[in-house]
Design a protein. Structure first.
Length: 278
């Protein structure tokens, strides 16, 4: 429970940056372009959608514009308030807003949504409870309906965490990632609880682990993607950001390559879309 309070506080404090990071930073622009492109392929006009860990509502707005009715849920009051404002500014209306923890979705009836979405980190923030969260989400999807989830990528982020002291050194590696767990190669890993760099333990996954886990809940995989497959470590992008043509070229390349199986584990995010078996 302590952890949930920490996450709520973090995103309350993060405030509006959660909206702006998709506009101000090239990594954010790429992340948004990939997720939006992927998500919209799995939204149908008339769908009833539950957007979990919705943040300030950017994807909810995209899904509403695609003709879906969207219910939003988030642990942060501040983020939900931003979402309310942004959705009103866009001239749209959500079905409902819920302050909730993805570990307890019991307020919703079983099989009540055509699409359940959880992208942008919530699944990684619940660390070892990721399986409970996925089980709860799976319960809410109608047979034949879809689940779109993203979690932080184990191998995409390793180079970033390996340089967790920001000086590109490995001297602090063992404080963030257990080498024993890494050697076990189990397809996922929870980061170390007392890392001074990673502010809370995170669930990191491979594409295959997340996909197979969701299939084990009675789903078939429709598609997977990675974000950002070419530039998980955004530190290198400052020069590109100053050239609009280079910037757009990179965004287009990232989107077009994001579903390549060869790059499935190379981005910061693993994204899976799956359909619930009847
Ligand atoms: C990085 S933001 C992503 C927002 C949006 N989905 C996106 O991708 O841009 C993560 C959001 O998940 C929310 N969150 C984190 N842990 C959560 C939990 N256990 N239950 C519900 N929401 C959670 C945070 O408050 C935050 O708004």
């Amino acid at each position: 429970m302590q952890r949930s309070t920490d996450v709520r506080q973090h995103f309350d404090d993060y405030g509006h940056d959660e909206w702006e990071r998709f506009e101000n930073r090239l990594t954010g622009k790429i992340e948004y372009a990939i997720h939006r492109n992927f998500l919209l392929q799995h939204v149908r006009a008339g769908d009833s959608v539950l957007d979990l860990g919705c943040g300030p509502g950017r994807y909810a707005i995209d899904m509403m514009r695609a003709g879906a009715s969207v219910t939003l849920g988030d642990i942060s009051t501040v983020q939900l308030d931003f979402a309310r404002r942004k959705i009103a500014e866009a001239g749209l209306e959500a079905t409902a807003y819920h302050e909730l923890d993805i570990l307890d979705l019991s307020r919703f009836a079983a099989e009540s949504f055509d699409l359940v979405v959880c992208i942008g980190g919530s699944l990684s923030y619940v660390h070892e409870n990721y399986a409970t969260a996925l089980e709860q989400m799976a319960r809410l999807v109608k047979p034949g309906g879809r689940l779109v989830v993203a979690a932080m990528s184990l191998y995409g982020l390793l180079p970033v965490f390996a340089a967790g002291d920001k000086a590109n050194q490995l001297s602090t590696f063992d404080q963030h990632i257990s080498r024993k767990k890494l050697a076990e190669n189990s397809g996922y890993l929870i980061t170390e609880p007392d890392s001074p760099v990673i502010y809370m333990p995170l669930f990191l996954t491979t594409n295959r682990y997340l996909r197979e886990h969701i299939e084990g809940l009675g789903f078939k995989t429709l598609a997977t993607a990675s974000a950002n497959p070419l530039t998980a470590d955004g530190q290198k992008l400052e020069r590109i950001s100053t050239d609009p043509i280079a910037e757009q070229t990179l965004i287009d390349l990232e989107v077009s390559l994001s579903t390549r199986p060869e790059l499935a584990d190379s981005g910061e995010w693993v994204i899976v879309a799956a359909e619930k078996l009847a």
